[in-house]
Write a protein that binds this ligand. Structure first.
Ligand code: 4AD
Ligand code: MG
Length: 480
């Protein structure tokens, strides 16, 4: 197979080279003497031009070269007569690998709405927008592994099926092999999970953190990067039922070390995309600008996509405590009609996304690391601060996204952890293995979770999280 990729031809194609190209036809323009075919093989956002001479390529073949068809082209790289590109291919032979009936193929060359494309998720990767999104997504995943590998972190694979609910939010998907219409029952009439595959109740993981902590207590610095599942019924542009999370966990890190790592990590992976996905990001930048232009003036972004990405990589994030954030919100008047000051005397409430957006987009105009939340609104494993009211938590808020990272220093003191689990009625006997890490050689440690799709959304400028994962899982949607 001597096939070359279009990316290679665009970057280093040499006039006179004999090549084989395979790809999908985007458009064809013909006149009596010649046909020009724009071919794309997914290696680049840019198409490559094929010149087909009707004296060489039969009329039957030319007729089948329609938008969406897959073809194999044999030919010679020649200097291009046109202005769009420096070289093109003069075809000596074209074979049709797969036709695409123009009457039926839905991706004809015109603008399609993202809503329509979501309904044809099996084909939408063949568009410029989705090709760009998935190449950028790949680059970011690669950058994540490269970043941690360079720092000596080890990639741990944590289980997908577990018996615990790490976040304690009760939003798990059950896993069972029992006949759910007619399950075996105990004497008390409850479902007898002893007869289930794992001989206990199990669910899909909501986070790899707890197992990650066990690994950090042996290998010092680790990270996970895997699918996580949440049965929260949130139909928003930021929530998926199945999403990918990156969770580093580090022994001997305190809360500040954790913040430093998270900030550096985010800046480095975004920089990687900026320097390795220039063509795709330029395309997405234009796309975002066009979309922005259709919005009302007050909803438009202050910066373009590329400008925003550069800004985030070049400026320190703001770091404030929850208590400081509440003070800012109390004194704010984001617009004339609406005040957020209902938070007065309400220290302890969780922030709504409108509060987060106000802090990031209006007040600081940069990413914000919010720390030291009230313990009541955070998970059991977070380290209690000396004030007895707050925990060493951090959330990182990004413009246009809101929360992108959640993390904390962990409660490494057995007594405090036991007490907190009792207060929250978390069954300690089921978590005996977690508690043992505090019994045997416990150590200060910290970690965080980055929602990968929210990062991809930020970098690609896509407004809906359903458009940055190939086959999104949301309430009522698991077709493809
Ligand atoms: O804040 P969360 O729930 O934190 C954890 O799961 C911790 N165990 C992480 C840790 O400390 N190791 O989730 C972490 C991040 C969020 O900040 C958000 O970016 C993303 O995961 N996230 C979601 N992304 C898409 N869809 C959802 N339903 C998400 N829920 C959380
Ligand atoms: Mg969170």
């Amino acid at each position: 197979n001597k096939r070359v990729k279009i990316k290679h031809l665009l970057e280093s194609g040499k006039v006179g080279e004999q090549i084989i190209l395979m790809g999908w036809v985007r458009t064809k323009r013909s006149n009596k003497n010649v046909s020009f075919i724009a071919l794309n093989d997914g290696s680049s956002i840019n198409n490559y031009q094929i010149v087909a001479d009707p004296a060489i390529i039969s009329e039957d073949i030319l007729k089948s070269i329609t938008t969406g068809a897959c073809i194999k082209v044999t030919g010679e790289v020649v200097a291009s007569q046109g202005t769009g590109q420096s070289t093109e291919v003069q075809a000596s032979g074209i074979a049709i690998l797969g036709e695409a009936d123009p009457e039926k193929f839905p991706l004809q060359p015109k603008k399609h709405s993202l809503e329509f494309l979501r309904e044809i998720a099996h084909l939408r990767m063949r568009t410029n927008t989705f090709g760009a999104v998935f190449r950028v997504r790949h680059a970011l995943a690669f950058a994540v592994h490269q970043y941690f590998n360079d720092k000596g972190f080890f990639y741990i694979h944590t289980p997908i099926i577990t018996a615990s609910d790490a976040e304690g939010a009760g939003e798990t998907f059950k896993v069972t092999t029992l006949d759910i219409k007619n399950p075996p029952l105990t004497d008390k009439g409850t479902i007898d999970y002893k007869q289930d595959f794992f001989e206990r109740e199990t669910n899909l993981t909501v986070s790899g953190q707890l197992e990650g902590e066990l690994a950090a207590m042996a290998l010092s610095e680790i990270y996970t990067f895997g699918p996580t599942f949440r049965a929260e019924n949130s139909n928003t542009t930021r929530h998926l039922a199945e999403f990918w999370m990156i969770e580093p966990e580090m022994a001997f890190y305190d809360a500040e070390d954790n913040q430093d790592l998270a900030e550096d990590f985010l800046q480095k992976v975004i920089s990687y995309a900026l320097s390795n996905c220039a063509d795709d990001l330029e395309f997405l930048d234009k796309r975002a600008a066009e979309e922005d232009a259709t919005k009302k003036a007050e909803q438009r972004s202050e910066m373009g996509l590329l400008q925003r990405l550069k800004f985030v990589t070049e400026n320190r994030f703001e770091r404030i405590t929850y208590t400081q954030a509440i003070d800012i919100l109390k004194n704010s008047t984001p617009n004339k009609k609406k005040k957020f000051n209902y938070l007065i005397d309400n220290w302890g409430v969780d922030l709504q996304s409108e509060h987060e957006r106000y802090l990031v987009e209006k007040h600081f105009k940069k990413p914000v690391i919010l720390t030291d939340y009230p313990k009541e609104i955070k998970s059991f494993y977070m380290r209690q601060n000396d004030d007895g009211k707050t925990v060493a938590a951090m959330d990182i808020l990004f413009p246009g996204i809101g929360e992108i990272v959640g993390g904390s220093q962990r409660e490494e003191r057995l007594e405090n952890l036991n007490q907190r689990m009792d207060e929250l009625n978390i069954p300690k006997d089921e978590m005996w293995w977690y508690l043992e890490t505090r019994k045997f050689g416990t150590a200060p440690h910290a970690g965080f979770g980055l929602g990968f799709e929210r990062l991809v959304q930020f970098v690609t400028g896509m407004g809906n999280i359903r458009d940055v994962i190939a086959f999104p899982r949301t309430p009522g949607n698991a077709e493809f």
